[in-house]
Design a protein around this ligand. Structure first.
Ligand SMILES: [Zn+2]
Length: 482
């Protein structure tokens, strides 16, 4: 006969040594395995669960030692039944972990990440798509800010118990890239690979984790072709001499833009260039024919290449599915890029909204003007890294409201360096710290409320010790540049 050896205790088990309390043996009708979760029923018909901790063999029996997941009057247990067949991911659950799980459950209300009014609960994987780089020139601070914020979004979500899944694309099919490669006398794909390598190095120095997925436009041309076909099928697009145009006449309406502003913004992003046969000035190319010196792929509409918004729409859907939780990018991407990306996926799938929340990172300015590669008005991350450590740059980018525009000066990073020193001092040496759950909860609550880093810093400094260490960990400010 198999026996189940369970501690006969009615007390809350919060220490491992409570296993030493008297045990009683009850029969298990079939063999169990270590790590298996079983359900026990007591005389009152109540069910409690326990995990098989250890097997012991006697001459006649296999004895299973159990760890209880919940207080239970086991002297009244009458049988082991209703086995849960699912195995735990870990070999077994220790009792203190169970209490931590229960604490987390009590705390659940405080643990939703709130972004722009959307409550993102840590239930399903948190799907985050960040519009990445067009790899034709080195990374400037404006770009870096977006990717550092996306990294912190993931880290805060993880601290709240969510499972973030990040995708950050590389737009390695783009007319700007093609033109830059032509000027440099290099094949466009070679230029892209070199620039991407340097970008990755900058991101590593800023402690930005590699996203789980890194879709490249060059690998997603067939996905754009499928998107174009789906849009045609849905009546949301039309063909004209090798072009497939998305009907975007209503896209500016959603963000409440007047026609003049919408036209000006779309012109800035090239949406008004070479668009023969278009019905509305707000229609954009999902697919377009390529000239002699442009990369081209076969499609049902002839040789050509994808439009920019369609590339991101296809890459996001292919990487994360037909709807996502957070769409991330610089504030200048809100319109037209993100608006079209979302509208295309929604029109193709019928699922809306495409993104439950957006996180638009504030504009970085230099001399009062927007920092941009196209105008050459920029500060390179690699130049700043020669003067400031990565964690200092990171804190300089983060110590502000996420959506606010700011001027990039040396002073920002000098101040961030002083603040980081203060934080390290307030945290004290990691070895001497005892965990402060209340302090941690206050820091996390500030971060969950729209990623309010300045508020979280203030809370941490007021609390001191472990709360500050926790903040440094969640904001990933400890790591050294590699
Ligand atoms: Zn994009």
């Amino acid at each position: 006969m198999d026996l189940v050896d369970v501690p006969a205790s009615t007390r809350q088990l919060d220490e491992h040594e409570h296993l030493d309390v008297p045990h009683r043996l009850i029969a298990a009708p079939r063999p169990l395995e270590v790590g298996q979760v079983v359900v026990l029923r007591d005389l009152d018909g109540r069910h409690r669960w326990a995990a098989v901790d250890r097997l012991r063999f006697t001459e006649t029996d296999t004895v299973y030692e159990m760890q209880l997941g919940h207080p239970m009057p086991l002297e009244r247990a009458v049988e082991v039944g209703a086995y849960e067949s699912r195995r735990m991911a870990r070999p077994f659950v220790r009792v203190p972990d169970v209490h931590r799980m229960l604490d987390g459950m009590r705390d659940q209300r405080a643990r939703a990440l709130v972004l722009g009014g959307a409550r993102l609960l840590p239930v399903a994987p948190l799907r985050v798509y960040t519009c990445g780089i067009t790899p034709y020139a080195v990374t400037h601070v404006g770009h870096a800010a977006t990717f550092v914020w996306a990294d912190v979004l993931a880290s805060v979500a993880r601290a709240a118990g969510a499972q973030p899944v990040l995708a950050r694309n590389v737009t390695d099919v783009d007319d700007v890239l093609t033109a830059a490669a032509a000027r440099a006398g290099e094949p466009y794909d070679e230029l892209a690979v070199v620039q991407e390598f340097q970008f990755d190095r900058d991101m590593t120095a800023l402690s930005v984790a590699r996203p789980a997925q890194s879709p490249h436009a060059r690998g997603h041309v067939p996905a754009v072709v499928r998107l174009a076909a789906a849009l045609l099928d849905a009546g949301a697009a039309y063909e004209h001499e090798g072009h497939v145009y998305f009907d975007g006449s209503s896209v500016p309406v959603a963000p409440g833009l007047d026609e003049e502003t919408a036209l000006r913004l779309s012109r800035e992003y090239g949406d008004q260039d070479s668009v023969p046969g278009r019905r509305s000035p707000f229609d954009v190319a999902v697919w377009r024919p390529s000239g002699e010196d442009q990369p081209a792929w076969p499609s049902p509409w002839g040789w050509g290449r994808p439009g920019w918004h369609a590339e991101c729409a296809a890459m996001a859907a292919a990487s994360l599915g037909h709807a996502i939780d957070v769409l991330v990018g610089g504030v200048d991407l809100a319109f037209p890029h993100h608006a079209y990306q979302a509208a295309m996926v929604e029109a193709a799938t019928g699922v809306a909204p495409f993104a439950r929340a957006t996180m638009h990172v504030g504009e970085v300015r230099l001399g009062g003007e927007k920092m941009a590669k196209s105008t050459g008005n920029l500060v390179l991350v690699s130049d700043l890294l020669e003067r400031f450590p990565g964690p200092v740059l990171r804190l300089g980018l983060l110590h502000r409201p996420v959506g606010e525009a700011w001027e990039c000066t040396d002073e920002v990073f000098v101040e961030a360096g002083a603040l980081l020193d203060r934080l390290h001092e307030a945290a004290g040496p990691p070895s001497g710290r005892t965990e402060d759950p209340q302090g941690r909860a206050s820091v996390l609550a500030a971060l969950l409320a729209g990623l309010d880093v300045p508020a979280a810093v203030e809370v941490a400094l007021d609390t001191g010790g472990d709360a500050v260490g926790y903040l440094l960990d969640v904001l990933r400010l400890r790591e050294r540049a590699v």
